[in-house]
Ligand binder design. Structure first.
Ligand code: SAM
Ligand code: SF4
Length: 337
């Protein structure tokens, strides 16, 4: 008897039930981090065991499969991705996938080790970086991250020196760093560095998030309004809404909480031990490790395909559809943002 495949398994691309095609893959290569950001890391993290992490060899095979399914951008994240040995080499290996459709290779980093790695990353073919920076005040930075600001600023200078394009991401929390909105904008504008503010999302390790702690897009604009003439720009296929300041400089605001961007979402995420998440807020991941290992061993990707495509197909509509579901065990340091 002929076996009937479900429609989503027969799709040549990665698409969900709402018609959103997946073009961006974020891979967390480690959950470990040298920072302890209050909005991310739990007080007592239980690290994944090193032997449970997907090897870079397995990740490369997975990326090759995903690029064949239409993925164009790969972002490497963590934890802190520059803490995993071999990550520069992995970026070099990913270059081979450009021939089959990969367009961008990026990293999201806290910047602490960037001064050491910027040149190597450039040589390895990295296209760009997102660097997290939540305060320009050294004491406040330390309170937020438990680490020093100076190495991050050196990392930023190193990226500039070697010519690696980057954006700064700044998460704002009420009562902690909302006073940094104007200093961050002035600092970034002066150097023409792209800056994006991110609303605090309920993905912190110890689940202390409340909506009272969110500095909203409206709050950010209210703080900037007395100082700048502000115009909203047409939103591109990007989670950040862009605002033009004094017709000279553009900032972005990622406001998942107050204006979710889920309607256009083209991302999927993989944790360091091989769980695929079709959404940042998904309750359940899909453990692809056994299917990937089998695919590598038998050079047959059918089973992997039969798992991944239905999982992606069933992606929920967005944050507002799933925000009230019960507590999750996975937080941002595992998912990678
Ligand atoms: N360690 C790297 C870094 O900090 O850039 C990469 C991993 S980190 C999880 C990725 C991004 O997620 C960072 O820009 C970070 O600021 C952001 N992030 C972490 N927790 C968040 C939260 N609860 N809400 C909003 N953004 C968050
Ligand atoms: Fe580490 Fe990045 Fe999380 Fe901060 S946001 S604790 S740097 S993983």
């Amino acid at each position: 008897m002929m076996k009937h495949e479900s429609p989503e398994t027969m799709l040549p691309i990665l698409q969900d039930q709402y018609g959103r095609i997946k073009r961006k893959l974020r891979i967390s290569v480690t959950d470990r981090c040298n920072f302890k950001c209050v909005y991310c890391m739990p007080e007592h993290p239980e690290w994944m065991k090193k032997q449970d992490l997907l090897s870079f060899e397995a990740l490369l095979v997975f990326c090759q499969y995903m690029v064949k399914q239409g993925i164009e951008n790969i972002r490497i994240t963590g934890g802190e991705p520059l803490m995993r040995k071999g990550v520069v080499h992995f970026i070099r290996d990913l270059q081979s996938l450009r021939a089959i459709g990969l367009k961008r290779i990026s990293i999201t980093t806290n910047g602490h080790y960037l001064a050491k790695y910027a040149e190597q990353l450039k040589q390895a073919g990295l296209d760009d970086l997102n660097i997290s920076l939540d305060s320009l005040d050294a004491d406040q930075f330390k309170q937020l991250t438990k680490k020093d600001l100076a190495p991050v600023l050196s990392g930023i200078q190193a990226a500039q020196r070697v010519g690696l394009p980057f954006k700064i991401n700044c998460v704002l929390i009420k009562g902690q760093n909302e006073d940094q909105i104007l200093p961050m904008v002035n600092w970034a504008k002066q150097q023409n560095i792209p800056l994006r503010f991110i609303e605090f999302m309920p993905l912190d390790g110890d689940q202390h998030w409340t909506d009272q702690a969110v500095v909203s897009e409206a709050d950010i604009l209210a703080q900037l309004q007395p100082h700048y003439d502000i115009h909203v720009l047409q939103q591109q296929h990007e989670p950040a809404r862009q605002y033009r300041l004094d017709d000279q400089y553009t900032i972005g605001i990622i406001s998942t909480i107050t204006h979710s961007f889920c309607g256009d979402c083209d991302r999927i995420r993989l944790t360091a031990q091989g769980e695929l998440y079709n959404c940042l807020f998904a309750q359940q991941g899909l453990n692809i490790k056994p299917y990937l290992q089998r695919a590598i061993k038998e050079k047959m990707f059918q089973q992997l395909d039969q798992q991944i495509k239905p999982y992606i197909w069933h992606k929920a509509k967005g944050y507002h559809a799933i925000q009230n579901q019960h507590v999750r065990k996975i937080s941002m340091h595992m998912l990678g943002g």
